[in-house]
Write a protein that binds this ligand. Structure first.
Ligand SMILES: [Zn+2]
Length: 469
């Protein structure tokens, strides 16, 4: 089955074919580490984690890079406000970001290169751009001359004249054109700096992504991702720099952009102050519920955060766990040998659901449709359990739920390993039940419940699960 993806640059669905067969190189713009990550950032990173998971599931070998912007005006400003060294501030929020990525189960990133660790690579590209006449120096600053670029404006579909004049920043009289952007910024008093052929300073924002993607993924790679707010000017400028420096077109095969996460219809952002941090969200909700919530909307569409939406995802997640508990129980007590027409029908349905799931994911990662197939599988699992299907079938449904849930990045298997003490208590309780010492059995059950282990008794044995949010 052919995978198609929506390329922002060409503005349509394109069959996906990586540069090297069997390998996919992905670059996603990472955080500027000066504050706590909010769930708007998390959406983008969960989506690209899911994309990387699906490509892995399809058998591709992935090389996935996310950069860390650890030197930036915002970092310097925040550090000055809090009377700390910019580097210390950046390291602190980098650690928090990496912890959050782990908690979000967004674990497919191969490397998180820091800008500060790639200054020589950045300087080399700036020198090359000056040499080729794409960039010029003024008083220790270096600017990219936008009139030299052939493709500027293509990604955001804008003409230079219309949008670039005075865009975003106030016009600097020293620049050749108002839209020229900084590749290198000379350092002001008390600001961190690096030595360079242009003088003491630091890199501009856009050049870091060109330098880091080139170093880690080579001059041309497959997927470049980010939130849609990065299309202009960040990704436009990245294309201009990388094409000018390498002479290669295109530098990126597929540009993928995620829609905004809104709250009450307004984009969630640091500057608007309407944000919810990843940490606060995960105090209330299971990470699997959050991932199901993200999955419920297509990645290019806006998604509106609401407690109602998260509560609904939590209920859906509960249904998944209930079905898995049922299937486990069915496998434990079920009939290995039985197989009849009903089982055959269910087996055929499982296959159809799996196919439809793949078809949805193959169509520009249509997770809402894939998710609806996933929940059909949950329903079918419960049906197979109630009609006492044979254990091989129950096991195959169980395995497929884990497998497809894994594509969404859901961690559905028991992550808890029983401790020796817990094992001992469970065995002691089994014995108590055998001896009809119900009071003792209840006491042990209660004791385990306090540590988060839930026991369920069935005619042929006892199963345990962990308590969930
Ligand atoms: Zn970037």
């Amino acid at each position: 089955m052919m995978l198609t993806v929506f390329d922002t640059l060409r503005g349509r669905l394109i069959p996906f074919k990586p540069i090297d067969e069997g390998k996919v190189r992905i670059y996603v713009c990472g955080p500027t580490v000066y504050d706590l990550p909010h769930i708007g950032h998390a959406r983008t990173l969960i989506i690209f984690d899911m994309i990387a998971r699906y490509l892995t599931y399809r058998g591709y070998q992935i090389n996935y890079i996310v950069n860390i912007t650890d030197i930036d005006d915002k970092i310097i400003a925040r550090a000055q406000e809090s009377h700390v060294v910019p580097k210390d501030l950046a390291r602190k929020f980098e650690r928090i970001f990496l912890d959050d990525m782990k908690t979000l189960n967004a674990t497919l990133v191969d490397a998180y290169p820091r800008v500060s660790d790639n200054i020589p690579e950045i300087i080399k590209i700036i020198l090359g751009l000056i040499e080729k006449g794409y960039a010029y120096q003024i008083d220790g600053d270096v600017y990219f001359d936008v009139t030299k670029s052939l493709s500027l404006g293509k990604l955001s579909n804008q003409s230079l004249d219309d949008v670039w004049v005075g865009a975003r920043v106030k016009v600097d009289e020293r620049k050749r054109n108002p839209a020229d952007f900084a590749l290198w910024k000379s350092s002001k008093k008390d600001e961190p700096f690096w030595e360079s052929p242009f003088g003491k300073g630091r890199p501009g924002w856009h050049i870091e992504c060109s330098a880091i993607s080139m170093k880690y993924l080579s001059e041309q790679f497959d997927i470049h991702g980010g939130g849609r707010d990065l299309i202009f000017p960040h990704h436009e400028n990245e294309i201009a720099q990388s094409e000018a420096y390498t002479g290669r077109i295109p530098v990126v095969r597929y540009w993928l952009h995620t829609g905004f996460l809104t709250i009450g219809g307004v984009k969630m952002s640091k500057s608007l102050g309407n944000f919810i941090t990843v940490r606060d969200l995960l105090k209330e909700y299971d990470v699997n519920a959050f991932r199901l919530f993200i999955t419920s909307t297509h990645y290019r569409s806006p998604i509106d955060y609401s407690e109602k939406g998260l509560k609904q995802s939590s209920r859906s997640l509960k249904r998944v766990f209930e079905a898995l508990d049922n299937l486990r129980q069915g496998i434990l007590v079920g009939d290995q040998g039985r197989e009849d027409d009903k089982d055959e029908r269910v087996t055929a349905e499982v296959k159809i659901i799996h196919q439809r799931f793949l078809k949805a994911m193959n169509t520009d990662f249509n997770t809402p449709e894939a998710s609806s197939e996933f929940f059909k599988l949950i329903k079918l699992g419960n049906q197979a359990f109630s009609m006492k299907a044979n254990t091989v079938l129950l096991q195959s449904i169980y395995d497929l739920i884990i497998e497809l849930g894994g594509v969404f990045g859901l961690e559905l298997e028991r992550t808890h390993e029983l401790t020796d003490e817990e094992k001992r208590l469970i065995a002691e309780r089994d014995l108590a039940r055998k001896n009809k010492e119900w009071k003792k059995a209840d006491e042990i059950r209660q004791k385990l419940k306090e540590t988060g282990i839930i026991l369920k008794d069935y005619p042929r044995g006892t199963l345990w699960t962990v308590e969930r949010k």
